[in-house]
Design a protein around this ligand. Structure first.
Ligand code: MGD
Ligand code: MGD
Ligand code: SF4
Ligand code: MO
Length: 728
């Protein structure tokens, strides 16, 4: 029996595994984050191990015939090294790219970043975390000088008086965390959920606000406007601990509730209700000064609903402004945090697989950082490349004249999860060499030239940094299938073939010790963390358990407030595409589904289109009917799920299956380069039974012929049934 952690999300729930060849999952009650609780993905995780679809031999694909051939590891690595050298000969070091993942252990993420900069000498490395949390990360760095998802333990949530969840459906995306909401409410606290859909998380809330997708920023401006008007802001805190407040205050002057209603679709009275709740009772009783102890503790948490927008980083800054104006950041039970997503969403963005970064969350354009890290690596600082392209920009450059012609992918299923996926897939196919390291034949592996089968999860040891900044140890508990190698072995094997000036360790603990030295003195300093300490202490928080209690990470110790403006979505509905499309997750599937779609114990129902009865009525659609959804980039057909819980002008499609991302918009946030996964303009038609095979896009009549404008839709017949809730 071994204690380890779940293969999936950023909660990194602790679990026990027994049986080295037929593993069984059981509760690890002592692990503080989940106390033995797991969601159904965690309970069924052992199914990942037994999957018959597991890759156990390196494979190469013949481009002419499309046929796969099993080869030896030596042969496979020789071919990859030869392909890399060919790309370098043609285009120089930047001719080879690396694409990583936020599910990789810290050791792998670190080695991958080092491999790119030292063995390949390329600047062209980025990873899927750019699609996950980059907007919150960039806002956190600007506001606080430091980015750690939650700057406090998750359990602090229970101590809040008012918890505002902006674009999080944690009851389905990190189910064991939902108990904190229940306990908070049992204590008399209140939960606010802001989401265009009423989700199972909304079912646990006292106030549910359903904005038009992409308008959370305007809502934050409106809330701050009312807090100023009612005298609920903490002027002493603002004077002592922040800069920039005067500009922010002026910038919200014109955001009265009726204007917020016009932009967000949330009634002015509800905007007032939210402001009164976070401002405390005194906020309504006109400027009566209050002592800090009388103010409610307000905690604002954002997740992908607020962040995955071309305005995502400004939206996060606007909500941070609310938390700062209330004097809450650094206060126990209050403040701001971002719920990270992938298993190692936090650590994966700290140790150098990001285009602009060196280990320890250092900047690659900082001469002191370059000197320190080059010293640890044993190379000259000048030999390190500069910053490269962000994830989407990198993929979009693949196979172009200025872009890379070879790419290595570790830990991401790009073909399913990238925005505007048809375009991205075309770019991947234009590469001379695509190499994918994976555990299964993912949709991305399926178009690769070489696929390398790797160990995963509890088949190997490594550290992960959970959503609280707690570094945990995923211990090896099961024997990997024969034929597979660790990503660390792949990196070392390639480095040796490429005559890298330095060697790459393959023992995770050795890599972690080196990572500690490379991160020493950086914003995310792991130098005092060891495997033994993690085992003894149930995880170790980098930077300490709670941050910002007395100072922020900027040189003057103050938080920065930025006056940000509402811009709206990059693509807004028009006559041809009159509906907002948003995307996200369901409980039983994980990400691109590469892993969970292969676990037989988990339901795999395929994608669906969630829509409101009034829209369904206009289309003549009931639950189960096929609908075709189209955007300027592509279309897909899926069954309808008619629910009263979504805005009538918005449809929702989960992205765990191929198709959804052919629809999504690749507009990027200027600061974080986060794509706008959470909103674009779409049209919808009912596909009559006789022609339910997918039609070419040009045959799709515009929705406007079928659906009158939304204002006329009031009172449309509710010919529908509600979506059954997935049991937790
Ligand atoms: N079951 C499951 N759990 C997961 C994952 C998974 O794939 N499956 N993935 C993990 C990862 S990597 C991540 S990043 C997290 C994500 O965790 P969440 O952010 O909780 O998940 P999402 O479903 O992407 O988005 C949350 C909600 O945002 C809403 N939303 C859409 N548009 C908007 C908008 O404009 N404004 C607001 N306020 N809300 C909006 C959606 O309706 C959705 O309910 O989950 C992690 N946990
Ligand atoms: N429309 C839409 N698209 C989205 C989102 C959305 O909300 N809407 N969310 C975005 C977000 S937040 C995220 S995080 C991305 C996630 O999307 P992806 O980047 O595709 O993430 P995964 O599906 O987790 O892919 C991980 C891959 O790595 C493999 N793998 C697992 N463990 C290992 C390992 O140890 N080593 C190696 N080499 N491989 C391994 C898995 O089998 C899988 O194929 O999707 C983004 N795409
Ligand atoms: S909540 Fe996340 S970490 Fe916990 S069991 Fe579920 S998927 Fe695994
Ligand atoms: Mo994510």
């Amino acid at each position: 029996m071994t204690t380890t952690h779940c293969p999936y999300c950023s909660l990194q729930c602790g679990m026990r595994l027994t049986g080295r060849r037929t593993p069984e999952v059981s509760a690890w009650e002592e692990f503080p984050v989940n106390r033995g609780a797991l969601c159904r993905k965690g309970w069924s995780a052992a199914g990942l191990y037994g999957s018959r679809e597991r890759l156990t031999s390196p494979l190469v694909r013949d481009r002419a015939t499309g046929e796969w051939m099993a080869v030896t590891w030596d042969d496979a690595l020789d071919r990859v090294a030869a392909g890399i050298r060919a790309a370098q000969a043609e285009k120089g070091p930047d001719g080879v790219a690396v694409f990583g993942g936020g599910g990789l252990t810290n050791e792998k993420a670190y080695s991958l970043g080092k491999f790119a900069r030292v063995a390949l000498g390329t600047s062209q490395i980025d990873y899927n975390g750019r699609w996950c949390m980059s907007s919150a990360a960039s806002a956190g760095i600007r506001a606080f000088g430091l980015d750690r998802g939650l700057p406090f333990p998750l359990a602090d949530v229970e101590e809040a008086d008012v918890l505002v969840l902006v674009g999080s459906n944690l009851a389905e995306t990190m189910p064991p965390a939902a108990r904190h909401l229940d306990r908070l409410r049992a204590r008399g606290g209140r939960v606010v959920v802001i989401d265009p859909r009423r989700t199972p998380t909304g079912d646990r809330a006292d106030l549910v606000l359903q904005p038009v997708p992409g308008t959370d920023l305007a809502l934050a401006l409106g809330v701050l406007h009312l807090l100023v008007a009612s005298g609920a802001v903490d002027e002493d805190y603002l004077a002592a601990r922040t800069t920039g407040w005067a500009d922010v205050r002026d910038s919200v002057a014109a955001w009265w509730p009726e204007r917020v209603e016009r932009v967000t679709g949330i009634e002015a009275s509800e905007v007032r209700a939210l402001a009164a709740m976070v401002g405390g009772p005194e906020a309504r009783s006109a400027r009566t000064p209050t002592t800090p102890s009388e103010r409610p503790k307000v905690m604002v948490l954002t997740a992908r609903g607020a962040e995955q927008h071309s305005t995502g980083s400004d939206t996060v800054l606007a909500w941070i402004n609310v938390a700062l104006a209330l004097g809450m950041v650094g206060e126990r039970g209050g403040g701001y945090g971002c719920l990270t997503g992938q298993g190692n969403g936090q650590g994966g963005r700290e140790h150098g697989q990001k285009a602009d970064q060196l280990p320890g969350y250092r900047r690659i354009d900082d001469p002191a950082a370059r000197a320190h890290v080059a010293g640890v690596w044993g190379v000259e600082p000048d030999s390190l490349p500069g910053p490269g392209r962000s994830a989407y920009e990198l993929l979009d450059a693949c196979g172009t004249d200025d872009g890379p012609s070879a790419m290595l992918v570790l830990g991401s299923n790009i073909v399913v999860s990238a925005p505007n996926a048809t375009q991205v897939t075309r770019r991947l196919e234009a590469l001379d060499l695509l190499v994918v390291c994976d555990v299964v034949m993912s949709e991305t592996a399926a178009i690769a030239d070489v696929v390398l089968p790797v160990t995963q999860w509890a088949e190997e040891t490594g550290t992960m940094t959970n959503l609280e900044g707690r570094v945990i140890l995923r211990q090896k508990a099961i024997t990997p299938p024969s034929g597979v190698r660790s990503d660390l072995d792949v990196i070392a094997g390639l480095a040796a073939r490429l005559a890298s000036p330095v060697e790459f360790a393959t023992d995770p603990e050795e890599v972690f010790t080196e990572l500690g030295r490379a991160s020493e003195g950086g914003p995310a300093d792991y130098s005092t963390i060891t495997y033994d300490r993690i085992r003894d202490e149930g995880g170790v928080f980098w930077g300490g358990e709670r941050l910002f209690g007395s100072t922020f990470a900027h040189p003057d110790g103050r938080a920065r407030m930025y006056a940000v403006e509402h811009r709206g979505a990059a693509e807004v509905p028009d006559d041809d595409y009159p509906i907002h499309l948003t995307t996200g997750r369901v409980l039983a599937q994980y990400q691109s589904g590469a892993q969970t779609r292969r676990v037989r114990a988990l339901p795999d129902d395929g994608p669906f289109v969630e829509l409101h009865p009034s829209l369904a009525g206009r289309l003549g659609v009931v639950t189960g009917d096929q609908v075709r959804i189209s955007t300027r980039r592509g279309s897909m057909t899926a069954p309808a799920r008619v629910v009263t819980t979504i805005r009538p002008d918005t449809v929702f499609v989960p992205f765990h299956w191929v198709g959804t991302n052919r629809l999504t918009n690749d507009a990027l946030d200027p600061a974080s380069k986060m794509p706008e996964f959470k909103v674009c303009a779409a049209s919808l038609v009912h596909v009559p039974l006789v022609e339910q095979a997918p039609l070419p896009a040009e045959h799709v009549p515009p929705l406007v012929e079928h659906v009158p404008p939304l204002v006329e839709q009031r009172g449309a017949p509710a010919t529908s049934v509600s979506k059954p809730r997935l049991p937790a």
